[in-house]
Design a protein around this ligand. Sequence first.
Ligand SMILES: [Mg+2]
Length: 343
Amino acid sequence: MRLAIAPRRLTLRTPLRTAHGTIAERELLDVLIIGADGVAGAGEAAPLTSYDGVALDDVHAALEDCRPVLRESEGLPRAQILQLCRGAAVLPQAIAAIDLALWDREGRRVRAPVASLLGAEAGMTIAVNALVSASDRAGAAAEAAALVAAGHRCLKLKAGIGDDAGRVAAVRAAVGPEVLLRLDANGAWETPREAVAQLRAFQDAGIELIEEPIHGVEALRDVQETLPGLAVAMDESAVGPGAIDSGATRLVCLKLSRCGGITGLIEAAARARAAGSEVYLASTFDGPLGIAGALHAAAALQPSVASGLATLDAFDGLDVDPVLAVRDGTMRVPTGPGLGVRA
Ligand SMILES: [Mg+2]
């Protein structure tokens, strides 16, 4: 099979401030795998260097390592090709692109949505959260009110970027008691003690969950055990050996790019659940193919809380396939063949 790789640059409407730096644009690699039958499957690699420490050039090189494997793989089953690529390239961000393209190709070949191939239902809705990106109280409150007016029922705010408690209180006042508010500290707090002290300040605001209050599995376990009434979610720390299987936190946030695609994400979810953690999905500002892949995986996994997949609106000038529209705080699992979207 042939492999085509094309870089793509997407710009955020508004640069996003996080505890790991400001994100202003995204560089992706669009991947196409074309078989001798002429059927092409599309995937994308979406490393976010400031977040996962993986550079685009390294992902490109890892994809090149898969090229000779793919050339020799004509006619082999998808799972076997993926296994061979996993042997040739170690970066999950590259494997994710290959995995997405292989699923897309298989679905297009048999004219079925990927969700169906996973034994799930295409067309079902997946609850998603929206991100409140303004870092000042008034701006965040206005943004949150607009998101709720647009149908959102779960909002996420960054924490550890200053005036967290004031901003969260302003948002709570603006949206009322029913809307779910979740926080993401991106590991901003340095000790479990500091994290617990910061989190106690939000007690009255009613927080659905806190993502990555601190980095490290044992530190996260400490925070979760100290605050049993609060749902702690492991995100960045899930990359460490044994982290997903640790059961340290009530929730684990899984990302397609970091898990190595749909296949890797479903494997990771099974491990997390076996250890007693619930899972949900999130994007690292993936492109449309990554978002579609995550929706198919979510159909198979049915997370019990909203997933962070409503991120395509953050891009400036991206003509998003209407299939990926967000309505009333949900997204629909695409029903077309393969991933069911155009890139
Ligand atoms: Mg996060």
